[in-house]
Ligand binder design. Structure first.
Ligand code: NAI
Ligand code: MG
Length: 356
């Protein structure tokens, strides 16, 4: 197949890890006879420095004309002045909205060889393999806000179409996995949650008879994620609950350097990025862990290009190099034998190259 991929490497370690992800995609293209046309575009602090705008119009245009967007990370101390009107994060928020990327998907699957480093007891993490699907463009973060001297409000609003489309994304993912879908809300208190629950019930009943739906209140879900994380498969929830639960769930995997994400729209390109930031403390040292970026590229293959087999090959390659002990410092631990970013990328490329 032929595909156009926009590459928005961004700041700090963004370019370092994105380079490795792009290399892996090129190996896939070479081996499976695909043509991936990569186009670099500016975003974040790098774009502020170059043109004074964290998301230049030309970048959004490049993304919209692409099949998928590979994103690194943005931000850093250089642009951190709290009084600055123009900030790198605005670039990412505007990009998500500009692409209408309403479905944020975060798989969490701890590697069995890394369980000892995770904060929960290893036996509790066995068999954890879950996906959180978070609504990303609605809810309280985008509602009307007011602020007086002694009172402030944030409005939380959801429409039926907004709920339907995120539930459909989650249900399709659940149907491809175990068929189990957990919808998280606060229907005992919030009107938006009651609409969420009713809409979810209807969509699943009418369109996904193969999916088993359960509802869990968000406070209970937060507890269950720590008590019995292996009991979850696919979780769907609204924007703010998802923001909090995804951070909680990410801790299960032990390292930020391992977690990929996808943000999908209904018909535009998907946006793929590691969940970590630009890591200014290690930027430029060549020691960043590229696996989250590479796993994001695997999600790109799966969700935007529908190349399931190729996506599996990349995922398995990362799994295998970790098993073989090809670990960057964040995974190996201080003072242990570790490899640099390039060597970690080499190891994945080598396995992918021999996997056809
Ligand atoms: P961070 O994720 O950049 O770093 C947190 C810690 O994890 C640091 O010690 C870092 O060295 C380590 N780390 C992160 N990714 C790693 C990797 N791939 N390999 C090895 N170690 C890794 O979060 P922090 O420090 O809170 O934010 C730094 C900058 O990144 C800020 O400007 C922040 O606004 C931005 N940021 C950007 C995000 C994005 O582009 N989506 C998301 C989160 C933060
Ligand atoms: Mg968050």
């Amino acid at each position: 197949m032929k595909a156009k991929i926009a590459v928005l490497a961004g700041d700090g370690i963004g370019p370092e890890v994105t380079t490795q992800a792009q290399r892996v995609l090129q190996v896939i293209a070479d081996n499976w006879d695909h043509t991936f046309e990569f186009e670099d575009a500016l975003v974040g602090g790098a774009a502020i420095d170059a043109v004074g705008d964290p998301l230049p119009d030309s970048t959004l245009k490049t993304c919209r004309e692409s099949d998928a967007v590979l994103f690194g990370a943005i931000g850093g101390p250089k642009w951190d002045d709290p009084n600055a009107k123009i900030r790198p994060e605005q670039g990412l928020l505007r990009l998500r909205r500009g692409l209408d990327a309403f479905a944020n998907i975060r798989p969490v699957k701890p590697h069995p060889d890394l369980l000892e480093a995770a904060p929960l007891k290893a036996d509790r993490l066995e068999n954890v393999d879950l996906v959180v699907v978070r609504e990303l463009t609605g809810g309280i973060y985008f509602g009307k806000k007011t602020r007086d001297a002694d009172r402030a409000t944030d409005e939380c609003a959801y429409s039926v179409p907004e709920i339907e489309r995120i539930v459909r994304v989650a249900a399709r993912i659940a149907a491809d996995r175990s068929g189990q879908l957990t919808s998280v809300d606060k229907a005992n208190v919030l009107e938006t949650s009651r609409l969420w629950r009713a809409t979810t019930e209807r969509v699943i009943r009418d369109e996904f008879p193969q999916v088993r739906l359960e509802h869990v209140l968000v406070d209970a879900a937060a507890m269950h994620l720590l008590q019995k994380p292996a009991a979850f498969d696919v979780i769907v929830t609204e924007n703010m609950f998802g923001d909090i639960l995804t951070d909680e769930a990410s801790v299960l995997a032990g390292s930020m350097g391992l977690l990929p994400s996808a943000s999908l729209s209904d018909d535009g390109p998907g946006l793929y990025e590691p969940i970590h930031g630009s890591a200014p403390d290690i930027a430029g040292l060549g020691i960043a862990n590229p696996y989250a970026a590479i796993l994001s590229a695997s999600m790109l293959l799966r969700h935007s290009l529908k190349l399931e087999e190729e996506a599996d090959v990349v995922e398995r390659a990362v799994w295998r190099v970790i098993h073989e002990g090809v670990l960057t410092t964040d995974l190996a631990g201080e003072g242990k034998r570790s490899v640099n970013t390039q060597a970690a990328g080499d190891a994945v490329c080598e396995i992918v190259a021999t996997s056809t």
